[in-house]
Ligand binder design. Sequence first.
Ligand code: ADP
Length: 393
Amino acid sequence: MSGANLTLNSGSSSLKFALFDNDASEATPEIIGKISGIGTTPVFSVKDANGNAVDGGAFGQLDTATGHAQAIALLLPWLAKHLGDASLAAVGHRVVHGGQFYCGPVRITDAVLDKLDTLIPLAPLHQPHNLAAIRAIADWQPSLPQIACFDTSFHRSQNRLAKQFALPRNLSEEGIIRYGFHGLSYDYIASVLPQHLGELADGRVIVAHLGNGASMCAMQNRKSVATSMGFTALDGLMMGTRCGALDPGVVLYLLQAKGMKISEVEDLLYRQSGLMGVSGISNDMQALQASDDPHASEAIDLYCFKAASILAGLVPSIGGIDALVFTAGIGENSALVRADICKRLQWLGVVLDPDANAGNAGVISVAQSPVKVLVVPTNEEAVVARGCRALLS
Ligand code: ADP
């Protein structure tokens, strides 16, 4: 492969990567791989575009002590060996927070990195790993161009009202506003909506990105109008380990009445809440669905109740809803969660086809449903690869 772009998505518990041939017309990866389960049971797996294992699937199960730094230290020599005489043209990174600094892909320099460092407190589960990966690549091949593509960029189309908190004006002006996240996923879904919805793609569409992190985006003309995440990726839906929307008074109570340290509250809200906190079993939806513990089903019920409520709260921003799109790990695979959320939205005109839903079909609503319901796999890597091409061409 010559002139390949590498994309890196360094998440809270995984390092995903993909290689895109720069000469190929479509941004479809030649190689896709990940080191998942960082912090628990790390596994290194690599597949080609047809889903076949490459290099025997790479290393399989790794030492449980493998952290993010070790994951990247394993990946780079594997890449060098895999590329052989071929060279990389650029590395594109998913970076969660671009703050008010950036509204599109940017070539990384020391000055850019300094600005992105200041946003670490706003995305503590992701931003430090995103930036560590950039620094590791810079040490490995200092002259290789690196591009950052931001999860916040897609939401820059929102109007002032959608972004503002009801806080004193001076705080909004210094940047304490709603930024929104999962923008690379929404950007991808927006780009493929016409294939699935025809003219309706430019109508009133809500996309539910339900992964380990989860959010929703209300779109019109395939642009973000409102979203459930805010200043940080804590707001909105209940998630794997994050609480989602919370009365801010709870935070004050934890600090003042319970005397918790700030770091303990941060850990509680980001890492010990959500599905994990409510079930006391796991942050993993599949594991909860397989459990017969009543706390597991209560966690799933709460997840779906909150998801439906938040979706309903987004509807006024676009004046109604023509289509609902489910995406990401839970959205693409959990018929149970989709059915539960849709049942709570029947009053809005959502009528699910149970067989299509059970089979994870592309369209899961009945033909007469006033709201069309779709399942569309996301592809954040393709958006990062597109960003690299656009910036370097
Ligand atoms: P992230 O990229 O944010 O780490 P993913 O988009 O991979 O997360 O989603 C992970 C979630 O998807 C997990 O909760 C996992 O249990 C869930 N998931 C994956 N497959 C299924 C399935 N078949 N049924 C239910 N949940 C699933």
